[in-house]
Write a protein that binds this ligand. Structure first.
Ligand SMILES: [Zn+2]
Length: 63
């Protein structure tokens, strides 16, 4: 499925240096941590505080 590509940015400053709280779960088959649950709590590393993440479409044809 070739959906519209989006970027996740800080609602306050528009930076994409945002991260979410999540759980990493150990996969004994691949021997890697895999992403489990993703939570609503978001942090902007540009504002250095909690924020809300905004989903914005990536314009253009991409790479
Ligand atoms: Zn920010």
């Amino acid at each position: 499925m070739a959906g519209e590509r989006v970027n996740m940015v800080c609602e306050t400053c528009g930076s994409d240096r945002v991260t979410r709280d999540a759980w990493a779960e150990w996969d004994s088959g691949t021997q890697e941590w895999t992403l489990g649950a993703v939570f609503d709590a978001a942090f902007c590393h540009a504002c250095e505080c909690e924020t809300r993440i905004e989903e914005v479409p990536i314009l253009g044809s991409g790479e």
